[in-house]
Design a protein around this ligand. Structure first.
Ligand code: GLU
Length: 290
């Protein structure tokens, strides 16, 4: 079976040990296959958070670890036309709607509700703008009121029918289209959003195996639904466990002490750094996966 994997960091900081694990899972998977391909994709749609120096810094970290990629890295910032085209298609089919709510209005709506709907990542969008009439929507769009575009999860689910995705650790998972509610597919400020961009690019780069942290498991429900709506192939998934800090929290960019560059400057060798991901690699491999 053809194996094409990718590591998809955002260039908003240097890599830390958690990224090293994520990159290693994708890299080993590709390298153990006969003609495996391991790609690098910069998820840099949010220009307000991206810093130019981190593209190179991330490449340097990966090269130092020996996790080298094939071909040129893809930058999502150069792919906006593709995301816009897919969004336009969803608009034409009535599967997304403009949302004019500010963050504050959403919070006010939650506090008015007896029980705000909750998902695994917190309260869900209460659906305020889904209820707007077509005339009102048009009027606000014409008036240039700032808006995002949200997936109408209910409509989308009805159209797509029952779906599953396959995870090599967890098996077949039935998609719950309402899990994250009416997610944003195009942000007010940047005109696209993670869920749409990641799905469009996994297809564009012909990724066969999406490896990612298990914190993104809820997102995969949305992605599988989007693949179906957009007529894109479905990859296999491997949601790997996360490296945790001493307090049991997931590593984040604030964990500078565990940045690859810091460990390297402290005199650690690449093999020693990678060894710190061994235990979780074994946990992933236990299922005979990698
Ligand atoms: N860019 C995402 C992250 O930094 C990973 C991409 C994905 O697997 O969706 O967590």
């Amino acid at each position: 079976m053809m194996v094409r994997t990718r590591f998809a960091p955002s260039p908003t900081g240097r890599l830390h040990l958690g990224h090293a694990l994520a990159a290693r899972v994708a890299w080993e998977w590709a390298r153990r296959a006969a003609d495996g391909v391991f790609l690098l994709r910069f998820e840099d749609i949010d220009a307000t958070r991206v810093r130019e120096e981190f593209y190179h810094g991330i490449e340097e970290d990966l090269e130092w670890l020996g996790l080298t990629w094939d071909g040129e890295p893809l930058r999502q910032s150069g792919r906006t036309a593709a995301y816009e085209a897919e969004l336009a298609g969803l608009r034409a089919r009535g599967l997304v709607y403009p949302c004019f709510c500010t963050r504050r209005e959403i919070q006010e709506e939650w506090s008015r509700m007896a029980a705000a709907p909750h998902g695994p990542e917190g309260p869900l969008y209460p659906g305020t703008c889904r209820a707007l009439t077509a005339e009102k929507r048009e009027e606000m769009l014409v008036a240039g009121v700032p808006h995002s575009w949200r997936l109408d999860a209910h409509e989308a689910a009805a159209l797509a029918g029952p779906l599953t995705f396959h995870d090599l650790r967890f098996g077949a998972i039935a998609v719950d289209p309402a899990l994250l509610g009416d997610v944003v597919l195009a942000r007010k400020d940047i005109g696209t959003a993670y869920h749409l961009a990641v799905v469009v690019d996994d297809a564009f780069q012909q990724i066969t195996h999406v490896t990612r942290g298990q914190d993104l498991l809820p997102s995969t429900h949305v992605h599988r639904l989007l693949q179906e709506l957009l007529g894109l192939p479905q990859p296999l998934y491997l949601h790997h466990p996360l490296l945790l800090d001493d307090e049991g929290k997931r590593l984040a960019k604030r964990h500078d002490a565990l940045a690859i560059a810091t460990l390297r400057e402290a005199g650690m060798a690449p093999a020693e750094v990678l060894a710190r991901t061994d235990a979780l690699m074994r946990a992933v491999s236990a299922g005979g996966l990698v």
